[in-house]
Every structure is written in structure tokens, then in C-alpha cells.
Design a protein around this ligand. Structure first.
Ligand code: CA
Length: 228
């Protein structure tokens, strides 16, 4: 999962980076509305964490700009937005929710609560009602980060799990290697050119050949019906 954190307090931003990386999320941090907007135009983020008091304006301006963008290409106007707010900002929490924010969390955030809220927003935007995904013969628990294949536990690395979730959440859409990479790695990470192929190869070994399919020259996908 790819998360954009918009926060100008460096201490808070770094704390969020550490917490979210521990949850195997790819995190990019920006500190202004201008840099946030250019990041949103460059990358498809799964979740945005938005501070309200930013050096070049109010976070709500960015929220408004995002929500009123026509839906074509990037940024995606429906990107879930979680507001980072101070305890005393009750009025602004209300107006921000009314302006299109999906949820808020009070700073300093409890790390487990933050991770759970992010998972909940992601789940909702992927159209799921709880943390378990049933896909073909797989049972994937996105909160506990476990996978069972026909009732038997399968050990996946954090990256393998992230690749699987990216494909399962998008199914039956085909994702290119670049689109999968974007969900796993933030802007400043250098990665091996065949990293995704290696993860896919290992996933197929562990989950069987029928779960993840290749569309030659395009990318990978998980079919809705494994017999198709
Ligand atoms: Ca601030």
C-alpha cells in the first residue's frame, strides 16, 4: 500500500514514516500543499494523511482541490483522506469531514489505531466490508497479515504479501510491473529491475500457478474465476 503523508512537523512526519513502514506500507512524506499536489499528480496513492496547518496554506484547500478534480488520470479525486488533527480542533474536524475527508485521527497518534484506521479506509475504498479476503482457494487476513490456501497456512514475506494484496484488490484488472512497484516502494527507494518478477515467482511457488496470471507484455492479474 502506498501512503502519502502531508505533514510539516518533521518529528511527527518521521514518527509516521517509521510506524507505517513497520506495517509494510510504502511512505512518501511532503511538507507543503504545493509538493503534495505534485506528488498526487505523479503517483496513485492508496491513502493520504493530511495535516491541516501547512506552511503554504490550509490542508482543507488541498482536500477541496483533490475532491473537485475531474476524474481522469491523476490525481484520483476519490483517494481516501485521513486528517491528522490536534485535540482542540473540533470545529475544523467537523468542517473537514463535511468537505470530503474520510476520517481523522488526533495527534499524537496511537500507532496501532492509526494502522487500523488506514486499513479500514483502504478496505472501504477497495469495496470490502471486513479484513478477510476470499479469493479462489485463498483466505487472506489483511489485519493479521496471514494467508491460508485451502485451509493451510502459507508463509509469505512482507513484500510477497504486499504484491498479492495489490493484485487481489485490483482483480481482475491487470497491473503492470510499474504499477505494482508503485504500491510497494516510495520515491526514494532504489529497486532491482526484476524485483517484482522474483516476488511473483515465489508467490506462484507457494500459492500454485493458477492464482496469479501473466498477460504477456502487459503485466499480472488475479482472475475472479480461477478456471477461466
Ligand atoms: Ca502543521
Amino acid at each position: 500500500m502506498r501512503v502519502l503523508v502531508i505533514e510539516d512537523n518533521e518529528g511527527i512526519a518521521q514518527g509516521l514514516r517509521t510506524t507505517l513502514r513497520q506495517q509494510q506500507m510504502a511512505v512518501d512524506i511532503v511538507s507543503t500543499i504545493a509538493s503534495a499536489w505534485s506528488a498526487l499528480q505523479t503517483e496513485a496513492f492508496d491513502i493520504v494523511l493530511l495535516d491541516l496547518g501547512l506552511p503554504d496554506g490550509d490542508g482543507r484547500e488541498l482536500l477541496h482541490q483533490l475532491r473537485t478534480t475531474p476524474k481522469k488520470g491523476l490525481p484520483n479525486p476519490a483517494t481516501p483522506v485521513l486528517i491528522l488533527t490536534a485535540r482542540e480542533e473540533v470545529t475544523s474536524r467537523v468542517t473537514t469531514l463535511d468537505a470530503g475527508a474520510d476520517d481523522y485521527i488526533i495527534k499524537p497518534c496511537n500507532t496501532e489505531e492509526l494502522a487500523a484506521r488506514i486499513r479500514a479506509l483502504h478496505r472501504r475504498s477497495a469495496g470490502r466490508v471486513n479484513s478477510t479476503i476470499y479469493c479462489n482457494e485463498l483466505e487472506i487476513d489483511t489485519a493479521a497479515r496471514t494467508v491460508h490456501r485451502s485451509g493451510k497456512a502459507v508463509e509469505l514475506s512482507a513484500r510477497e504479501f504486499a504484491v498479492l494484496i495489490a493484485l487481489v484488490d485490483s482483480r481482475p484488472r491487470v497491473l503492470s510491473r510499474t504499477q505494482i512497484e508503485a504500491k510497494l516502494y516510495n520515491f526514494d527507494q532504489i529497486l532491482d529491475s526484476n524485483a517484482i518478477e522474483v516476488h511473483i515467482h515465489r508467490l506462484r511457488r507457494k500459492l500454485g500457478d493458477t492464482v496469479i496470471r501473466t498477460m504477456k507484455g502487459v503485466g499480472y492479474f488475479v482472475p475472479n474465476d480461477p478456471s477461466s
